[in-house]
Ligand binder design. Structure first.
Ligand code: ADQ
Length: 465
């Protein structure tokens, strides 16, 4: 691969570049990939997010903007149900987030998943030139590399998993787990967010597949083919994000939150409405805090921003109802005529507005039960005033925890632990806040998304092929 080889990114969803604000609301992946493609006249292929009217999925719609060409296809109603809502989001997502209790194992959706991956391969293969470097993303498209190989694609192909990789004992609950992992060994390079997920993957390959694994180099050899597996912790677009504070929209948002909370400390949570993010457990921790310190209802207001996602999947409807109920309970028990302790907002905001809210909030609460990385934690740190920074409370089970040890670390399953962390954060002296922030900001600035893409693509260029 030459330095200017074209990059072809393939992911489930494609964010059209000009809809940058909306890209954030769709998840961390969209913003990260846009940055990777910007300077390489890249091609980004994936699902439009729309259902095809005719039931046919052969039409590719392309557009070029900001040096990035997007090529999208629509999917049929059945494809969306089986591949997206079904296998990807009702089987792989819960299982990979350690929620075996929510995982559904249906043969039909598994078939739909394979069918759509085959369809992706059939439609994208003719768009790939011999010198292109191909980068496939996330759990929706695990078998895609193998499907491309079966069509004669000899390019370098890398794969990055944005979510955790489960421990072997859990992963083997997946019917046909071996078939899925074997397809991954057709990539040249496979990336994970953390060393922990990487170790679980290597353990599986060695113990369950009998592959030849070299922990040092990350090489996995099976049936005469070698794949390199490594950890690449994703970061935020530091250049872009850290400048948002200069924008009027960010200042207004900051002002809006500050003036509405008056003398109380604002504590913020910003998450997609997803059971992996630990939202009910977070509210239980807040409730415990107020049980222990009822007088502090005048010191603290919690703002939870959580736009709905994957609303067609039942477990997501359940979590929404649970949150509404828990918010109502806390507010019912603790409100005064002039004080409401929890504000629960069910919508998305632009990154400018989020920056302003993060800066106004003196505590950032990021407490997923399991998370590949968690970019909100990094955005919260990036938005702080270095002279008067807020405190990040971070789950030990977020991928980000390995990189950000100077956050106040919590076990999100424990309401007592959460309540304690909130008290520590509320009372933390300025000196300590500054010390912690200085260390955190160094990591967030240096391990940014540009570094992430450069490192991954450089390795993809250099691994044996
Ligand atoms: P997500 O599960 O979506 O991403 P995260 O990493 O936190 O989680 O990224 C969320 C992004 O969406 C952030 O940029 C955030 O600002 C934005 N966002 C969240 N709520 C929003 C709101 N109300 N309005 C606007 N924007 C909002 C997946 C994995 C993660 C991994 C990323 C990137 O689950 O573990 O970190 O991919 O690899």
């Amino acid at each position: 691969m030459s330095a200017d080889a074209r990059l072809v990114v393939i992911s489930n969803r494609v964010a059209v570049p000009k809809a940058r604000g909306a890209a954030g609301a769709q998840g961390g992946l969209a913003g990260a990939l846009h940055s990777a493609l910007k300077n390489r006249q890249g091609l980004w292929f994936g699902w439009s997010g729309k259902q095809s009217e005719s039931g046919r999925t052969g039409n590719i719609s392309t557009q070029t903007s900001d040096d990035v060409t997007t090529a999208t296809i629509d999917l049929s109603e059945r494809d969306i149900e089986e591949y997206y809502n079904g296998y990807a989001n009702s089987t792989l997502w819960p299982l990979f987030h350690y929620r075996l209790d929510l995982a559904k194992f249906e043969r039909e959706t598994g078939k739909g998943y394979e069918r759509v991956n085959e369809r992706f391969a059939e439609l994208v293969a003719p768009l790939i030139e011999p010198d292109d470097v191909v980068w496939v993303h996330d759990y929706h498209l695990v078998p895609l590399g193998e499907r491309l190989r079966s069509r004669g694609c000899k390019n370098r192909i890398g794969f990055f998993l944005h979510i955790p990789w489960p421990a072997t004992r859990l992963f083997v609950s997946l019917p046909y787990h071996e078939r899925l992992v074997r397809t991954m060994l057709h990539y040249d390079l496979v990336g994970f967010q953390t060393q922990e997920w990487l170790d679980s993957f290597l353990h599986y390959c060695r113990e369950e597949l009998g592959a030849d694994v070299d922990e040092e180099s990350g090489s996995v050899t099976l049936d005469g083919r070698t794949t390199i597996a490594r950890a690449y912790p994703i970061g935020i677009d530091w250049e872009h994000f850290s400048k948002l504070g200069e924008k009027g929209e960010a200042r207004q948002a900051q002002q809006r939150l500050m003036s509405s909370t008056r003398r109380r400390t604002a504590m913020i949570g910003v998450d997609r409405l997803d059971y992996s993010k630990g939202l009910p457990e977070r509210l239980d921790g807040i409730s415990r805090f107020f049980d222990k310190h009822p007088e502090r209802v005048r010191d603290l207001v919690f703002v939870q921003i959580a736009p709905p996602s994957r609303e067609d999947v039942e477990s997501y409807q359940v979590i929404r109802a649970t949150l509404e109920q828990k918010t109502g309970q806390i507010n019912g028990a603790r409100s005064e005529v002039d004080v409401v302790p929890v504000r629960y907002v069910n919508r998305g905001y632009t990154h400018e507005e989020l920056f302003g809210f993060f800066r106004a909030a003196k505590i950032g609460l990021v407490t997923p039960l399991r998370d590949g990385m968690n970019l909100v934690a990094k955005e919260y740190i990036a938005a702080q005033d270095p002279e008067d920074p807020g405190v990040l409370i971070l789950s030990q089970f977020a991928g980000a925890a390995a990189q950000l040890p100077d956050a106040v670390m919590v076990n999100p399953h424990s309401p007592d632990d959460l309540a304690h962390a909130i008290r520590v954060a509320l009372d933390m002296p300025l000196e300590e806040r500054k010390e912690r922030h200085e260390k955190l900001i160094g990591t967030v600035r240096d391990d940014n998304v540009q570094n992430w893409t450069e490192t991954f693509l450089r390795d993809l260029d250099n691994v044996p092929h």
